[in-house]
Design a protein around this ligand. Structure first.
Ligand code: PMP
Length: 416
């Protein structure tokens, strides 16, 4: 260990108490206690979420919105309570602004296929950035091919931050949508969404924010942000898979056509035609992820009770410590060095292939992600094939950072 680097001691979040909430953190991998540094891909679940989901099946499971019977009404109330919880979590004006989706990917596709298909015309431009996850790139490519739209990429600086001058130059009266991530999943960079939103609106464009990564690290206020759309996935904020949310401004949702047809989203159906419910139900065809949705509320309650500020402070401490320790290792290059970042450390190690690093550290019980992280434009920007990504969550410890460093030292010995 580098003697100059000392671990901070006055940690506000009681991480050891928090860890007791996550049963999986007690398991071993190859005989070593699991060190889970892949929460940016999907976060582990606290007992509160696991219990909430199994309680649905044990005590109050039925299909929602359809039954007059007691259980269906109980399930519907609990299901809709999550919508209200997401409303308060994002500070949306009404629960009707919240559409349940499978996750961030489905949220972006909904905006593209419903709003985009109706509102955009040939020649209109969509601005995305080099930092986007494929989930916020490919849906726009699909729509562009169908409608003759132009998708343009905002470049990033060497330090991983969005090049704001380039953004200003790309923003014209042809720009109809700016679709941007609030936090890069590959680099951890936090983008200046307030300024980007202000500039986008100034140019007459709509803005959609991808909050999949950011939402578990900082409080979000969609009204203060004034964004038109906001998406996030439940599984990255300690909730179940299969459920996420799309926030949309009321005036936009009101005019958006359905994007999937089926049960639940209709007002009336005859063999000749159908009419549709108001938002949000217009966009929710079919039986939803009932238990997962109900349990998402437990996840939002969990992070709110712990305090997003304290979580962010804890993760910043881990990130700073990890950055210092990794920087002291020979051959390490860190990508995304702009100070506006959270919780993610993306790096390469001299000539060692990231997949070899991932495999070797896994044998030490350390779970990191290697590859392009569904963000190939970033890899192209830095002319690399892949990085190793360690991502930190509220349950990670300084000792786990030490375990990562020790496992990387093993890699170095093997490849020396
Ligand atoms: N955007 C970002 C920034 C992400 O990190 C992810 C997930 N890695 C997504 C979108 C897609 O989320 P999901 O796979 O949960 O739909």
């Amino acid at each position: 260990m580098n003697a100059a680097v000392t671990a901070p001691t006055n940690v506000a979040l009681d991480v050891h108490a928090v860890r007791e909430d996550f049963p999986i953190l007690k398991r071993e991998v190859y005989g070593k206690l699991l060190v889970y540094l892949d929460s940016a891909a999907s976060a582990q679940k606290p007992r509160q979420v696991i219990d909430a989901e199994s309680a649905v099946y044990e005590e109050e499971y039925a299909n929602v919105h359809r039954g007059v019977h007691h259980l269906s009404q109980v399930a519907t109330d609990r299901f809709e309570a999550t919508r209200t919880r997401i409303q308060s979590f994002l500070n949306a004006p009404s629960a009707d602004n919240i559409i349940f989706v499978r996750g961030g990917t489905e949220g972006v596709n909904l905006v593209a296929q419903s709003w985009g298909r109706a509102a955009l015309n040939a020649g209109d431009e969509i601005l995305i950035s080099t930092l986007e996850h494929h989930a916020n790139i490919v849906p726009w490519h699909l729509l562009a091919a169908e409608k003759g739209l132009v998708v343009k990429g905002i470049p990033i600086d060497d330090d991983g931050q969005i090049d704001m001058e380039a953004f200003r130059n790309l923003l014209t009266d042809r720009t109809k949508l700016v679709a941007i991530t609030q936090m890069s999943n590959a680099l951890g960079i936090i983008t200046p969404i307030e300024e980007i939103t202000r500039l986008a609106h100034g140019a007459g464009a709509r803005i959609m924010l991808d909050g999949c990564q950011a939402v578990s690290h900082s409080a979000v206020d969609v009204q203060a942000l004034d964004c038109d759309f906001y998406v996030f996935s439940g599984h990255k904020i300690y909730g179940p898979t299969g459920i996420g949310a799309l926030y949309g401004k009321s005036e936009l949702l009101a005019d958006m056509p359905p994007w999937q047809g089926g049960g639940e989203m209709i007002a009336r159906v005859s063999l000749e035609g159908s009419t549709f419910k108001k938002p949000p139900h217009r966009f929710e065809a079919g039986t939803p992820a009932i238990a997962q949705t109900i349990a998402l509320k437990a996840a939002l309650d969990y992070v709110t009770d712990l305090g997003l500020d304290r979580i962010a402070e804890h993760e910043a401490m881990l990130l700073n410590y990890a950055t210092e320790r990794l920087s002291a290792l020979p051959g390490i290059t860190i990508y995304g060095t702009n100070p506006a970042k959270a919780s993610i450390l993306s790096f390469t190690m001299a000539d060692v292939h990231p997949h070899d690093i991932g495999t070797i550290v896994d044998r030490e019980g350390v779970a990191v992600r290697v590859g392009h992280h569904c963000a190939q434009p970033i890899m192209q920007r830095y002319d690399i094939a892949a990085t190793v990504r360690a991502s930190f969550a509220l349950y990670n410890t300084l000792e786990e950072v030490d375990a990562l460093v020790a496992s990387l030292e093993k890699v170095r010995e093997l490849f020396a």
